[in-house]
Every structure is written in structure tokens, then in C-alpha cells.
Design a protein around this ligand. Structure first.
Ligand code: SF4
Ligand code: SF4
Length: 431
């Protein structure tokens, strides 16, 4: 229990006021105290004091959290609810290990720079056998009642060619020396981090990101040895795998002379910018050299919408001004709550004269995907998405823009399930 000791003060800061219950998406759906941050903190505190064993019920309760961060934002006493819940998950994995399938996937596939793309290439080849076209917005439906992908769930198709395998992207892997001449022509150099969502599911988002940076006068490189950011492992409590992946990514970018490390995924941005620091600051790994390397990497990480709106002052040329489409924006929790990015994506959308921007009722409410909930408890996850789907319907938007491939997948599924007719796009696809 040593690892949990440093959280004792944090747990004791909770005065049990219950403010966090009013905004918690899991509590809103389940209506049980243990689904809220207050309930979880009480359970984790009891575990910390050895009044409670790690039982199936305890694990179920600490997994009922999308890690949206709304409770931390609203807590009047500044309790680091996310830190407490995450530490409890990591502690449970340390004491009990992961379920066999999760362990196999995280440690042998996700943590391998070769096996992960190979496994997904095989899956892409056979996806037509198991899935059929849904006929709506880029989604497949399972032909059989399979675990994780059944229940009428809209599944994103794997790309025919993954982003990092595209010839035009491979050509950007080699870093060109910055001479006086090319520095003057393109004064800013961005190294693009794709992440699994862009690489395997939405390569077009990566292509559009590169095009936009170049159009605004920047240069782009794409390091080819980049791997998953490790956030799925981190949220499932597998700190070791998440740390391995963080180190591999830092090494992948270190050889590049760039000003920014840019991503088009809210979760990756948060992981690379903040979680890497946490993962690589433990006693076993801390050294002055490592701290300098991690700080150098993290300080360059920026979301694509911030780079385009604030740094490059991107100006959209707009499309057909006579056929304006109504667009609304969903705030990914990792960008909005963890990194304070709210205005930049909206500015970019408003800058396109072929779009009419309309705010939805609950733009910041969690889509329901995060914290591993969409994998461990799909019913809860998609029930959380209902509120988002209703907000989109009420806004009258024809297009929902967001800045996270994960949110795109979840909202598409939710709109399909609840019968809302709107497209879901990444902001960079609408510039
Ligand atoms: S809002 Fe903060 S202090 Fe109040 S119950 Fe929730 S975590 Fe505890
Ligand atoms: S992080 Fe979000 S889902 Fe988890 S307890 Fe807090 S408000 Fe609820």
C-alpha cells in the first residue's frame, strides 16, 4: 500500500459535500453513490486504510468512471479526484494483475511497435467477413453477436492504408537540415504525432493536418518510429506498459529538429504533454538527464487546433458560401478540462465562411468513451452518449466537429443509436 500513501492527504481533503455528483456523467446514468467521485473516494480511502479488500465489486466501482475530470473541475476543495481514481486502478493492477485478455493485448500487442500494426493489418483484411456496411457516416455493424462489437454498436472501419504507411507520409520521416534559406521560407517546423486513431482509423485527419500546417507556412516531419501514446494502458492501470510507450515515443522524436510536436487527438495531446511527465518522474526512473529529456519533449507538445489558430494564424478560404452548413462543436474532455483548449477549435470553424457555427446545449458533457468504460461497460458508455446526441439534435446542426478521433467514433455510434442525422468530423476536415 506504499504507493497510495502519498494520496492520503488528497483523500482527506474531500469534505463529502457532494458537489461532484451534480456533474458526473456516470452518476447521472447509474444514480448510485459509488458511481460518483465522492463514493469512489470513500471506497478508495477505506481500501487505503485496509478496511476493504480488492473485491469484484470494488473493481467495478472504480472502473465506472470516464476520467472526464468534471468532478475535479467543480470540486470546491480542489481534490485531485482523477489522480486518486487512477492511482487506485494502478494499485489494483499491481496487486491483482490484469485480466488475461487485457494483459495479452496491452503487454504483447500494444507495447510492440511491430505486432500492433501487423495485427491491425490482418484485422483490416478480414473486417468484411465479420462486419457489414451500416450505410451511415463511416461505420460498420457486426454480422455476428461478438463481445465488445455487438449490440448494434457502430464500429469504425480500419483504414485500407494506415497513415504511417502512406508513401507521402513516409517521405516526411527524414528530417531535413534547417538552413538559413529553408528556415526563411518555412520558419516553423512541426513534428506530427499520429496516435492510433489517426493512424489506423482516420488517416485523412492526419493528411488534412499536414496540409493545413503547410498552407499556413509551416514545415512538417513525421517520425516513423512513433508508437501508441499508451493512454489506454494508463487508464486501465497498466503503468508499466504506459511508461514503456512514453519512453519509445520520446526516443522517436528526439532526433528531429522541431519547434512543436503536434497531434490531432485530444487524448494523445494530454498524454504526451502531461501524463508522460507523471509516468517518467518515479523514483526508479528519475534522473537529471531524464527530467531534461522529458521536459524538452513535453514543452513542445501542442494540439493542432492551437498551432493553427494561435501560432500560425490560419485563415480558411471557405468553401461554397451559398450552401452554408450548420456546425456545432463537441469539447473533448482532455482538451477542454485538462489543457484549457476551448476557443481555438471554435475560432477555426467560425473562420470558414461556408459554415454557420451554433453552440450545442452541453458542449462540454463527456461523450462516454473515456477511462476504458467503452471497453469494460459499453451499456454505460453509450447511455452517457445519449445526452450528447440529444444536444446535437436540439442544436439543429448538420455537422458535429470535434478534435479527438475517439470522440468522433463514440459520437457517431451515439447519433446512429439515437437516430440523430448529423455527420461527425474532425475540425481539420472542415477548414
Ligand atoms: S466535490 Fe470535492 S470535496 Fe465535495 S464530495 Fe466531491 S470530491 Fe469531495
Ligand atoms: S471523472 Fe467524470 S466520470 Fe469519473 S467520477 Fe469524475 S465526473 Fe464522474
Amino acid at each position: 500500500m506504499e504507493e497510495l500513501k502519498h494520496l492520503k492527504d488528497e483523500i482527506n481533503k474531500c469534505v463529502k459535500c457532494g458537489t461532484c455528483r451534480s456533474i458526473c456523467p456516470t452518476f447521472r446514468v447509474i444514480g448510485r453513490e459509488s458511481a460518483s467521485a465522492r463514493g469512489k473516494i470513500t471506497l478508495i480511502g477505506a481500501r487505503f486504510n485496509s478496511e476493504l479488500d480488492i473485491t469484484d465489486a470494488y473493481l467495478k466501482h472504480i472502473k465506472e468512471c470516464t476520467m472526464c475530470g468534471a468532478c475535479r473541475d467543480t470540486c470546491p476543495n480542489g481534490v485531485d479526484t482523477i489522480g486518486i481514481i487512477n492511482a487506485a486502478r494502478a494499485q489494483a493492477v499491481k496487486e491483482q494483475g490484469l485480466p488475461l485478455a487485457a494483459n495479452l493485448f496491452l503487454k504483447n500487442i500494444l507495447d510492440s511497435s511491430k505486432l500492433m500494426p501487423f495485427a491491425l493489418k490482418c484485422a483490416a483484411r478480414f473486417q468484411g467477413v465479420f462486419f457489414k456496411d451500416s450505410g451511415v457516416d463511416n461505420g460498420l455493424l457486426s454480422r455476428f453477436s461478438l463481445p465488445l462489437v455487438g449490440q448494434g454498436r457502430l464500429i469504425p472501419p480500419l483504414a485500407e492504408t494506415f497513415f504511417l504507411d502512406m508513401p507521402e507520409v513516409k517521405a516526411l520521416a527524414s528530417d531535413t537540415a534547417r538552413t538559413e534559406k529553408n528556415r526563411a521560407a518555412r520558419p516553423l517546423k512541426a513534428a506530427f504525432y499520429a496516435g492510433c486513431g489517426v493512424n489506423y482509423l482516420m488517416p485523412n485527419v492526419g493528411v488534412k493536418s499536414i496540409e493545413a500546417v503547410r498552407k499556413a507556412g509551416g514545415d512538417v516531419v513525421v517520425p516513423d518510429s512513433q508508437v501508441c501514446c499508451g493512454m489506454p494502458a494508463y487508464y486501465m492501470g497498466d503503468v508499466e506498459t504506459a511508461r514503456n510507450l512514453a519512453l519509445k515515443n520520446i526516443e522517436a522524436f528526439e532526433g528531429y529538429d522541431c519547434d512543436y510536436i503536434v497531434t490531432a487527438c485530444a487524448t494523445c495531446t494530454y498524454g504526451l504533454k502531461s501524463v508522460f511527465k507523471e509516468l517518467l518522474s518515479g523514483e526508479s526512473i528519475r534522473s537529471r538527464e531524464m527530467t531534461a529529456r522529458v521536459n524538452a519533449f513535453c514543452s513542445k507538445v501542442m494540439d493542432i487546433t492551437v498551432l493553427l489558430a494561435d501560432v500560425l494564424k490560419y485563415r480558411s478560404e471557405g468553401g461554397n458560401k451559398d450552401a452554408k452548413r450548420i456546425v456545432t462543436y463537441h469539447d473533448p474532455c482532455h482538451l477542454n478540462r485538462n489543457l484549457g483548449v476551448r476557443d481555438e477549435p471554435r475560432e477555426l470553424l467560425k473562420g470558414n465562411s461556408s459554415l454557420v457555427f451554433k453552440q450545442m446545449r452541453f458542449p462540454c458533457s463527456c461523450c462516454g468513451l473515456g477511462g476504458g468504460v467503452s471497453l469494460t461497460n459499453y451499456e454505460l458508455s453509450i447511455e452517457i452518449t445519449k445526452r450528447k446526441a440529444e444536444s446535437v439534435r436540439d442544436s439543429g446542426a448538420e455537422v458535429v466537429a470535434t478534435a479527438c478521433p475517439g470522440c468522433i467514433v463514440q459520437i457517431r455510434d451515439g447519433l446512429h443509436r439515437y437516430g440523430v442525422d448529423a455527420e461527425v468530423k474532425h475540425v481539420v476536415e472542415l477548414l
